[in-house]
Design a protein around this ligand. Structure first.
Ligand SMILES: Cc1ncc(COP(=O)(O)O)c(C=O)c1O
Length: 474
């Protein structure tokens, strides 16, 4: 019988308490490539100890394993190239920068052979500041202001992904004004109901993105006749954090068949199938390897083109989470621990609340999408018995949860350090200053050294934005 009692509050995936010796385990596939434990049990990432990172950069902290991200990006390029070469098609990857964007990370992606997908004026400016080749930038957005369209067109952005018929007219006017012919992709709402959280699904009927096939027919006819625009192809993104390959295959099939119809009226050189490839956040998650997903999609593309008697288009994909998610880890300091007794099944069960010095301001995903994460002690080993824990932030909300459920050593105490893996994607980018919390710095670690990519946003920085602030310290 395991050391700890089975806890009725534990979700099925955590039903069996682990042995104490397993509480420090860093599961492959969940933790970044260089994460390991030093002999004394402390967590080390990129050759740097967790305690050293917090001492130098403050707590909480976003830690990016540079080697992991660079290798994962290069592997993705190779995996998709191999899968599409096998059917005789060209392919290009654009990093979905919304997942995690800094100037350095944009450059790492370009160095790995990727272009960049941006979805706002801010992301575009960061990409241009990083020296990303504008021709390898794709601009997204369901409601792009004219100023953004103008900036993108004059900056020479390679592709603008059109998301409405209204945008066709506005963009044509902007391109004509700039004296440029702007290549565009038309985003298709393919009607695929992606297997993911409803807020992350982007191609079913009742949501804001894309044009239906009928609307796209009209938009493409207009694009082909109007000056200033050139139809580069079609785009589809079915959603994010998806593990089921079927959705990607179905979207590829629908877009290839639609393309076959459109080829009667002119060239459709490119089909961009977006991103959305899920990662493992928990040891129990079973993420499909990118190479396997790429092969599955390539097979659908090949079959649909063969059946419609059409040539293969150039394919583009926009992975985000799958390139940076696992490479990021958040380090926190434990502030308070508390055991609550919850009435259950006519008795009570214990849950340990472990409060850390961050929360929904640095990781909004649990609150937004009920996303699950796991956690491990980062500053030491422990042979204490496992306790069912909930890691929570220190914001003024019960929904301020970082890790809904995991087994942590019962002796986890104030001052301990906790690490949460898989926070490389959609954590920094969704961060906020709720309760006037500072935004943690983003540091890259590699070969025993750390460097700040984005410095902490301090209370002082926030105060400096307040026009009534006189600037004096109190
Ligand atoms: C158009 C588009 N492409 C790509 C992505 C990247 O998705 P993921 O990070 O899940 O790969 C997104 C994410 O929302 C998106 O909206």
């Amino acid at each position: 019988m395991p050391e700890s009692e089975v806890n009725p509050l534990a979700p099925a995936r955590l039903a069996t308490p682990p042995r104490s010796t397993d509480l420090g385990r860093l599961d492959a596939g969940v933790w970044s490539a260089t994460a390991h434990r030093a002999d004394d049990g402390e967590l080390v990432i990129g050759g740097v100890r967790a305690s050293a990172l917090l001492a130098e950069h403050g707590s909480p902290l976003y830690v990016v394993d540079e080697q992991d991200v660079r290798e994962r990006a290069a592997a993705a390029v190779a995996d998709f190239a191999a899968a599409l070469a096998a059917i005789g098609a060209e392919v290009e990857l654009h990093y979905a920068s919304k997942a995690l964007l800094t100037i350095d990370i944009a450059r790492w992606m370009q160095e790995a052979g990727l272009g960049l997908d941006v979805a706002s004026a801010g992301e575009l400016e960061v990409a241009l500041a990083a020296g990303i080749d504008p021709a390898r930038i794709g601009l997204h957005g369901n409601s792009k202001p004219d100023a953004l369209l103008r900036r993108a067109v004059t900056a020479g952005v390679g592709t603008i992904i059109v998301d409405s018929q209204q945008e066709v007219e506005r963009l044509a006017a902007v391109a004509a004004e700039a004296g440029r012919t702007q290549p565009v992709l038309v985003r298709i709402n393919s009607g695929i109901h992606a297997a993911t959280h409803s807020y992350l699904a982007t191609s079913h009927e009742d949501q804001k993105f894309g044009l239906t096939f009928d609307e796209a027919r009209a938009a493409i006819a207009r694009i082909r006749e109007v000056d200033g625009l050139e139809l580069a192809g079609l785009h589809s993104h079915i959603g994010s954090s998806i593990h089921d390959a079927a959705g990607f295959g179905a979207a590829a099939d629908r877009l290839m068949r639609f393309r076959a119809e459109l080829l009667a009226g002119g060239p459709v050189p490119e089909v961009n199938l977006g991103g959305g490839f899920g990662i493992a956040y928990l040891p129990s998650d079973d993420a499909t390897p990118l190479a396997e997903l790429a092969r599955g999609i390539a097979a659908e593309v090949e079959r649909a083109c063969r059946e419609t008697g059409t040539d293969l288009p150039r394919l583009t994909f926009e992975p985000g989470r799958s390139l940076v998610g696992t490479g990021g880890t958040t380090l926190y300091t434990v502030g308070t621990t508390k055991t609550v007794h919850v009435p259950v099944d006519g008795g009570t069960a214990e849950r340990r609340y472990i409060s850390v010095d961050g929360g929904m301001s640095d990781n909004a995903r649990p609150a937004l999408y009920e996303a699950d994460y796991c956690a491990r002690l980062a500053n030491r080993d422990s042979d204490a018995a496992p306790a069912l824990a909930r890691v929570v932030g220190s914001h003024c909300e019960s929904g301020d949860v970082v890790v809904d459920a995991d087994w942590l050593p019962a002796d986890t105490a104030p001052g301990d350090l906790l690490a949460v893996p898989g926070t490389g994607a959609y954590c920094f980018s969704l961060s906020n200053h709720y309760n006037y919390f500072e935004r943690p710095a983003v540091v890259a670690v590699r070969d025993g050294a750390s460097r700040t990519l984005v410095r902490r946003v301090t209370i002082h920085d926030l105060l400096a934005l307040d026009t009534a602030w006189a600037g004096e310290e109190h």
